[in-house]
Write a protein of this length. Sequence first.
Lengths: 308, 255
Amino acid sequence: MEIYLPIADLPVNVFLVFAMGLAVGFISGMFGIGGGFLMTPLLIFTGIPPAVAVATVSSHIAASSFSGAISYWRRRALDLALALMLLAGGIVGTILGVWLFTTLRRLGQLDITIGLSYVLLLGSVGAMMVVEGVGALLRVRQGKPPALRRSGAHTWIHGLPLKVRFKQSGIYVSTIPVCLIGFIMGFIGAIMGIGGGFLLVPMLIYFLRVPTSVVIGTSMVLTLITMASATVLHAATNHLVDAVLALILMVGGVSGAQFGARAGQKMGSERLRLLLGLLVLAVGLRFAFDLVVSPDDLYTIRALEDAR
Amino acid sequence: MRAAAARCVLAAWLVVSPALPAAAERLVFSLSSNVVQITSSFTGVELVLFGTVEPDAANGPLRPSYDLVATVIGPRQNLVTRRKARVAGIWVNAESRTFLDVPSYAAVLSTRPFESIADATTLAREQIGIANAALLPGAGTVSDEPFRDALLRIKGDHGLYGENAEGVKFLTPTLFRASIFVPAEAQVGSYAVELKLFADGAVIARSQSSFEIATVGFERFVAGSAVDHGILYGLATAAMAMMTGWFASIIFRRD
């Protein structure tokens, strides 16, 4: 069944898009991430203009992270104070990201920037996750205890000024790295159409030593608010958010996430992390392939804004 | 859509051209529909054009054969054509050309290949053929040529630009029919249809009409509010996301 998307200005198959939402939702539920880094590329490969894909996926991630955040909230497994502090940086990052997005789009370099960012970010993070995941699996195989988290060890990050105590997480850190992490997440989220859960969770654990019990819930609150504001900002400045496309994706996404969460609980965390790493790496490589291989058509045409 | 189009044939919109001074013929035609509505199931539309060549009472008999060219021009837009080039191993958009006021859609339908209807000068003057109709002749320099060709080619691939030398059929010596296909990608707006009647390599009669492609109902509301009330639209979409997430957490609640 074809449906006409009012903003993307093209017809798509409802079931195909719904299935994509369902599949990405499944994966996001399994790994406890938003899944934007999968959804945006999938939409782009389906023929949705990259700019529309990035802007629309932000609302899709808002939906899935909201349903996630609610369930973590019920279990009190999130640190609201930390999330709000991250958010302070996140909002600034989002505004700057949307501004850069608009500028690059005007210059005709948006698609390449999205492509390159995916290659660099997903390639490096994916490779790191795979290496770490394989190492962890091998340690388990050999019967060695898993590498201990150096929870007591302090790094230079803990020497920074403006320290604040976050009760729920039980950490005492400077606001500088907190705001910076929030800023980075908001910025890349707006440009790449990803919530960045797969990036934020490790950053919170390694840099801020946030306990694993609250880290996913906290990351979801941040993702929710940055993605909801990215939706509003993209809609206000670029008019690129396709509400019809977003709704189909959301419904598929939140349903898939429930089944994914159940599947994820049956798998060991080492194996889960390795799988996620492989997935992230694969998406990065797919983008690298597109950038390096000679395009079928060297030319592209695009309508100028004022003519529409 | 088809049924609606068929109904519109009855309520046809007849267009009678003012007779050209020297011509003995008048051109009368009508479109199957003059408003095409984009609904959620819109996947393009085929419009049928019907018409006749009528003798002008005062000027005597009809000629043995005619040629017809129908040109459909969609709303104009400014387009940028970009060419990718390899920079440090990766492909990036390098050079670009801007084309102002080019039709977003153009179709040229005729009874025979254009070259056999009239000579090149006449074709250029009458703007027959995509290249003549879509882009102002002589507007570009040599270095623009590949960009212009790419624009025509890409538009063609999307079904937005097209020529069909068998697109107009004479059913009887004077009754003709043509079908115009507009793909789903086409822009909303006014589409001008111009018919030119040729005999012995010259235009002897012409006639114009137009049709409108418009979004209606929900699609119009969404597309319109996205542009006119961006912030509200964004807030509404964000609220929709929250609602969806909230519903999901209620429906799938496991405790």
